[in-house]
Design a protein around this ligand. Structure first.
Ligand SMILES: [Zn+2]
Length: 176
């Protein structure tokens, strides 16, 4: 580890300075490693779109039940039980392009963006959701799916997770 530091400076520095420098360096290395992992993990496709800095997420401190917090964490980390994730666990792994949405059935991969933004099966719920959050909705004009997705992921955690759970309930009803 000493390779990272200027030995001449460190050997004459105070303990406090050395500790502070080592802490800072380790912290920066950890952030770089975290950033690389997020960028390179297929599973973290949603996290990559919405989280740009290494910090504690505010939804973890909010007034969510355990079930809501857990569901939101799964959605954000790409492990919510949508086709894109479920296809990984079949006896024979389903190619990503075949993990399609069976709710709207138009051959599009069921991932977090399709589920949240543009699956026609949840239009009634998404319209309601956008009306409720219209106060801060900057996406009144036509925007691409990823922009709309980022907006929806940025609203109040409580509102978002209730919407996700309600959509999933519709999904469960339609697919069973
Ligand atoms: Zn769909």
């Amino acid at each position: 580890m000493l390779d990272f530091y200027d030995i001449d400076i460190m050997k004459n520095a105070s303990t406090q300075y050395v500790v502070s420098t080592v802490k800072h360096t380790l912290s920066e290395q950890m952030k770089t490693r975290w950033h690389d992992q997020v960028q390179n993990s297929p599973k973290l496709r949603t996290c990559r779109q919405i989280k740009h800095t290494f910090s504690c997420e505010t939804y973890l401190n909010g007034h969510l039940t355990f079930k809501q917090r857990s569901a939101l964490a799964r959605f954000r980390s790409g492990t919510y039980p949508l086709a894109v994730e479920l296809g990984r666990y079949r006896r024979e792994i389903v190619p990503v392009e075949q993990r399609t949405c069976k709710v709207c059935n138009i051959g599009e991969v069921e991932n977090e963006v399709r589920f949240l933004v543009n699956c026609s099966g949840y239009t009634h719920l998404s319209n309601e959701f956008l009306v409720q959050n219209d106060e801060t909705n900057q996406t009144g004009n036509a925007v691409d799916d990823n922009t709309e997705f980022a907006y929806m992921m940025s609203v109040s955690a409580k509102c978002l997770i209730i919407y996700i759970i309600n959509c999933y309930e519709v999904r469960r009803t339609l697919l069973t």
